[in-house]
Design a protein around this ligand. Structure first.
Ligand code: TRP
Length: 487
């Protein structure tokens, strides 16, 4: 029930939530961000930590978030408050929901800029604006696209408008329908690029870059980046998945859905890596190029392949769609909160949110031209939005959520909500109580650099320690639980 007394709207089809959650998870994070940060942090070792974070932290956090949403039937703030109140605990825990909502909003403020890149490349593909011969030419196109604030602002404004139109239309019409056809299309385009990579050189190098584990290249900073990215790519701790979960029918299996979404998301990211790095290596480009990586590499591949223009158009079309199905999820929390608590209609909540979003995203957009020197500690507005959300707010929000689920709530509550067989439930509980929070804390403390030795260099110890702590923790848990929850 919402506060207005109406039963909350639910997903239409059996696959509605699955589609929408996959649409939220699969986006620029997989195809734009994953390859470029993998390049920056040196490849294989980063990929391994990322995979570990997805399954040891991301999956349990996602199950927790969906449970909060479905149990509390509301925006992150309301849902968390209701669920903790149901266990007789303090409403103050709903601060986690406030942070999540803010985080989703902040992510979208820079996400629309990147989505704008994708739309503008779609346009360039259509209009022949990418017909450049060399690596340097393509890099120059990317530079020129950014240098003009009116041009860049046009594209990010367009993305903001499209997002708000879809969100304004509502959950079933707007969100559910758009996802079902674009996901297969995107995967098809990636397969094509991978096949192209196999035949045009650089593929072997790409595979060894992505999958050979080299401890030397694992840094504390890289580990935190991998953790943050696991949250980002699964749309966690930012209200998106929680709010989508609030529309989930009672019968759906949270465990199975979560695992499918996480696997699909990971497969798309790895495919993107396999599609992009062959082009990078075959053209002698730098994998650590940064945020422009895919925009400087893929046009070269399209240019060299038969029917390249057609495939290029389809690729950027799919990428733009994937960006939209993610961007709509980032404001869903805010819009649903405004509707439930401020009595606003979906339309006015969307447009109000969109206006503020547009102002902040304009600042992020200016980071690439007029505002390139508006820096603090060497970071532009765009960099700050990315850094604060991925490195701080999401890991801390995720930590808050698992601690509440593992120690603060009555234990029957999520046992009932998750509906898992006993063994799977015990595994989830061990993850949210020990593995996920300790993993987050250790990576955090390590990256802060306050601890004298680097954990990154001693990862087998780290792993062993985690397991030992989980076992000891479980033995102590009734006491620990009491200590943490007695008011
Ligand atoms: N997961 C999406 C991607 O990988 C991005 C995304 C959607 C997101 N919703 C989010 C990121 C909420 C952070 C918060 O592109």
């Amino acid at each position: 029930m919402t506060s207005s007394g109406q039963p909350r709207i639910q997903w239409l089809g059996r696959w509605g939530f699955m589609l929408a959650a996959t649409g939220s998870a699969v986006g620029l994070g997989n195809i734009w961000k994953f390859p470029y940060i993998t390049g920056e942090y040196g490849g294989g070792a980063f990929v391994l930590v990322y995979l570990a974070c997805i399954f040891a932290v991301g999956v349990p956090v996602m199950m927790t978030e969906i449970s909060f949403g479905r149990r509390g039937r509301g925006s992150p703030i309301d849902a968390i408050r209701r669920v903790v109140n149901e266990s007789g605990r303090s409403s103050a825990w709903s601060l986690i929901g406030w942070m999540a909502m803010l985080c989703g909003f902040m992510v979208l403020s820079f996400y629309v800029v990147v989505a704008g890149w994708s739309f503008s490349y779609l346009w360039k593909m259509l209009s022949g604006g990418l017909a450049a011969g060399s690596v340097d030419d393509i890099a120059a196109v990317f530079g020129a696209n950014n240098a003009n604030p009116v041009n860049l602002g046009f594209w990010s404004t367009l993305v903001t408008l499209l997002t708000m139109v879809i969100v304004g239309k509502g959950v079933q019409e707007g969100i559910e329908k758009s996802v079902s056809w674009m996901m297969p299309g995107l995967v098809l385009m990636l397969v094509l690029l991978i096949v192209f990579g196999v035949f045009s050189g650089g593929f072997g190098e790409a595979v060894s870059f992505l999958f050979s584990f080299n401890v030397g290249s694992l840094s504390s900073e890289g580990m935190l980046a991998a953790l943050g990215h696991a949250f980002f790519t699964l749309s966690l701790a930012s209200g998106a998945i929680l709010t989508y979960g609030s529309y989930l029918p009672k019968e759906a299996s949270i465990g199975r859905t979560t695992v499918s979404v996480a696997v699909a998301d990971t497969v798309v990211a790895l495919m993107a890596g396999l599609a992009i790095f062959p082009v990078i290596f075959a053209n002698g480009m730098d994998p650590g190029e940064g945020p422009g990586l895919i925009f400087m590499s893929l046009p070269l591949a399209f240019q060299a392949m038969p029917l390249g223009t057609l495939f290029g158009i389809l690729f950027f079309l799919m990428l733009s769609m994937a960006a939209l199905t993610s961007s709509i999820s980032m404001v869903e929390a805010t819009v649903s909160w405004l509707c439930d608590n401020k009595g606003m209609s979906r339309q006015s909540a969307s447009w109000g949110t969109g206006t503020i979003l547009w102002l902040i995203s304009t600042l992020a957009m200016l980071s690439f031209n007029l505002g390139a020197d508006w820096t603090l500690a060497g970071k532009t507005v765009f960099d700050w939005l990315d850094y604060l959300t991925s490195r701080w707010m999401m890991p801390l929000g995720g930590l808050g959520m698992v601690v509440v689920a593992g120690f603060v709530l009555k234990s029957e509550l999520f046992r009932e909500e998750l509906g898992l067989p006993p063994l799977a439930y015990a595994l989830w509980l061990m993850m949210v109580r020990y593995v996920s929070p300790l993993g987050i804390l250790i990576i955090f403390v390590d990256a802060l650099g306050v601890y004298p030795v680097s954990f990154a260099a001693h990862w087998p110890w780290l792993l062993a320690m985690l397991v030992a702590m989980a076992v000891v923790g479980e033995a102590l848990s009734p006491r620990l639980r009491q200590a943490l929850t007695s008011d």
